[in-house]
Design a protein around this ligand. Sequence first.
Ligand SMILES: C[S@@+](CC[C@H](N)C(=O)[O-])C[C@H]1O[C@@H](n2cnc3c(N)ncnc32)[C@H](O)[C@@H]1O
Length: 361
Amino acid sequence: MTTVSPTPETTPAATSLAAPHVSVGQTPPPSMRLRELAFGAACAAAVRAAARMGVADALGETPASAAELALVVDAEPVPLQRLLRALCCYGIFSETPDGKFVHSEMSRLLREDDPNSLRYIALWCTEPWTWEVWPHLDDAVRSGSSVFPETFGKGFFEYLHQDAGESAQVFNRAMTTSSVQSAQDVADLLDLTGVTTVVDIGGGQGHVLASLLEKHPSVHGTLLDLPGVVARADARLRDGGRLADRVRIVPGDCREDIPVEADLYIIKNILEWDDESTRRTLRNVVSAARSGARVVIIENLVDDSPSMRFTTAMDLLLLLNVGGAKHTRESLVGRMSDAGLQVGEIHPVNAYLHAFECVVP
Ligand SMILES: C[S@@+](CC[C@H](N)C(=O)[O-])C[C@H]1O[C@@H](n2cnc3c(N)ncnc32)[C@H](O)[C@@H]1O
């Protein structure tokens, strides 16, 4: 996308809204804070609009007026200024005293070309289907079940793939972003001393596996995931890729069978479905692994994380869309112990993930 170059012109309509610099960071009293929180949809919608319109991509390193940006993103100057001012209240973009806009740390993350871009995650969290299920949260809390079948007449993934192709693509890109961003953190955390073989169960496109194999040139790895997912595995792992000679790709359903023996089993961000699927997967790991093998389970926790607003929001969305749940430390330890794993140390991986070390007895 084109980025605005500094030009002096602004339209009268845009300048008519030029107002005192927005101040961010004052804590309002509870009566105002609750009003603001109840209006949370406005913030989510503003983030989504900016992401869809490419506003952050249009803003370069020079302060730009709403009118200048409006030309690039094909919008009306005054409404764009209103959108930007709303976002500035949350620290997304910043307004200069002369009514121009500049990037903040958060607005840069909405740029598609930022190395840590969250553009697809922002879109994923605010896809059209989310606006249809949130109003039914009270029903889901009463029933303890997903509201997707009643709302859309089918399960979440069926809906996504049959009726919402654009959302499915956003989902894939958001999952890839999330996976790539945490893969390096996992590779940095895990000590592979004594490990020669590793398998990532439900490893998606294999970003964690690729990061581990890049870091440890003598380690061999297996990627196990559903057939449609491993077909799109990271190019480094596929035939002709630079790690391919150390990789085995196994299409399969980990709830049915895990036909892989390895020194280390990684299970990251998949145990957020129903309990029976978790039980079957962990039981299959224990059956496949030799005594003494290591199992590392990596998950977001809803009770012990610096980012609990994020993990609890994900937890509620999982309830709504698939009837799933994020775990507490205790619930995850309980599932592992029930499967017969010996649970050892628990380490934070980053601000939103924890790794649980286990051993197969
Ligand atoms: C949230 S993603 C996590 C991917 C990866 N572990 C990561 O953290 O980047 C969940 C993964 O579980 C996989 N999955 C879901 N059901 C599965 C099953 N029955 N057998 C194997 N993999 C499954 C999905 O295809 C997806 O790749």
